[in-house]
Design a protein around this ligand. Structure first.
Ligand SMILES: NC(=O)c1ccc[n+]([C@@H]2O[C@H](COP(=O)([O-])OP(=O)(O)OC[C@H]3O[C@@H](n4cnc5c(N)ncnc54)[C@H](OP(=O)(O)O)[C@@H]3O)[C@@H](O)[C@H]2O)c1
Length: 268
């Protein structure tokens, strides 16, 4: 049975591990995390996983998942080199940190996968993009693929260069959607709704629209938008504002550009 070592079980690391638990891999999981969430610790224990065992008891993992912040990744990766003897596949989910840099920290011969998941991974509804270095064997790629797929859809790239833009679109994207809920609710309050009703309506509208899109994977978003826009109606009046020059499209382009730039800075 392959064993999985997860280093860092914050928001993303714990979301991934919950997916592995749901796959029935609980007994394979060892987690190293200084400030673990009590709910996650309970779920891990119940599934037969191990939390912060003594170093000598960690054994020889087949996959080492690095899920710490980019700022501390170098020291964590350099320490994780001690597991290299077992020839694991190292999987980094850190924003901005390129395969070449991971290779300098983990050793030239290390098999490394760089992946970018997103927060809906917690429900198995995430979107992950991954790229592997040339040390990754077919079996390691299969194992990495199985672990990352627990978070939802997975796409492999042959070249890692688009990952900073992926980070800016799907990695950071859930926060843009949460902001959309906040701003829609605030606009509702300004239009005269009570705050709690405005927030409930904004949440339900965005969650429901997302679920609708999931249920129609072959229908593109622009068609769905046109389908609900009657000529001369209320939706059209709002969309004229959102789609005007200087509206949502250039603002979103600017936001994604800023996130892509920041991903590159984190890896510099
Ligand atoms: N959150 C997202 O939506 C998202 C999406 C895609 C990718 N990512 C990437 O995922 C990584 C983790 O992000 P996150 O949002 O999950 O951050 P987070 O919630 O801060 O989780 C990181 C965890 O790692 C722990 N940690 C720090 N040093 C450690 C060490 N030496 N050994 C073991 N654990 C250690 C931290 O503990 P302390 O708090 O005590 O330091 C923290 O609990 C980042 O590299 C990020 O770029 C995140």
């Amino acid at each position: 049975m392959s064993s999985i070592l997860l280093i860092g079980a914050g928001r993303m690391g714990a979301a991934l591990a919950r997916g592995w638990i749901a796959q029935g891999r609980g007994p394979e999981i060892t987690v190293l995390e200084p400030s673990v969430d009590a709910g996650f610790a309970k779920a891990l224990k119940k599934a037969g996983g191990r939390l912060n065992p003594k170093a000598a008891l960690i054994g020889a993992p087949k996959a080492v998942v690095l899920a710490v912040k980019p700022q501390v990744l170098e020291s964590v990766a350099r320490e994780a080199v001690r597991f290299a003897g077992a020839k694991p596949v190292f999987i980094s989910i850190a924003a901005g940190i390129a395969l070449r840099k991971l290779g300098t920290w983990l050793g030239d011969r290390a098999a490394v996968v760089r992946a970018m998941p997103n927060l809906p991974a917690a429900l198995g509804a995430g979107a992950t993009v991954a790229a592997a270095n040339d040390r990754v064997t077919a079996a390691q790629r299969k194992l990495a693929g199985a672990l990352l797929s627990a978070a939802g859809a997975l796409e492999w790239l042959t070249d890692e260069s688009p990952i900073d833009a992926v980070t800016a679109v799907s990695g950071s994207g859930p926060a843009y959607v949460f902001l959309l809920v906040e701003t829609l609710a605030a606009a509702g309050i300004a239009a005269g709704l009570k705050p709690d009703l405005a927030m409930r309506l904004a949440r339900l509208t965005i969650a429901g629209s997302g679920a609708l899109m999931q249920s129609w994977p072959d229908r593109d978003a622009a068609t769905m938008r046109r389908d609900v826009t009657s000529p001369g109606g209320t939706t059209e009046a709002a969309l004229k504002v959102l789609m005007a020059p200087g509206g949502l499209a250039p603002l979103m382009a600017k936001a994604v550009k800023a996130a892509t730039k920041r991903a590159k800075e984190l890896g510099a």
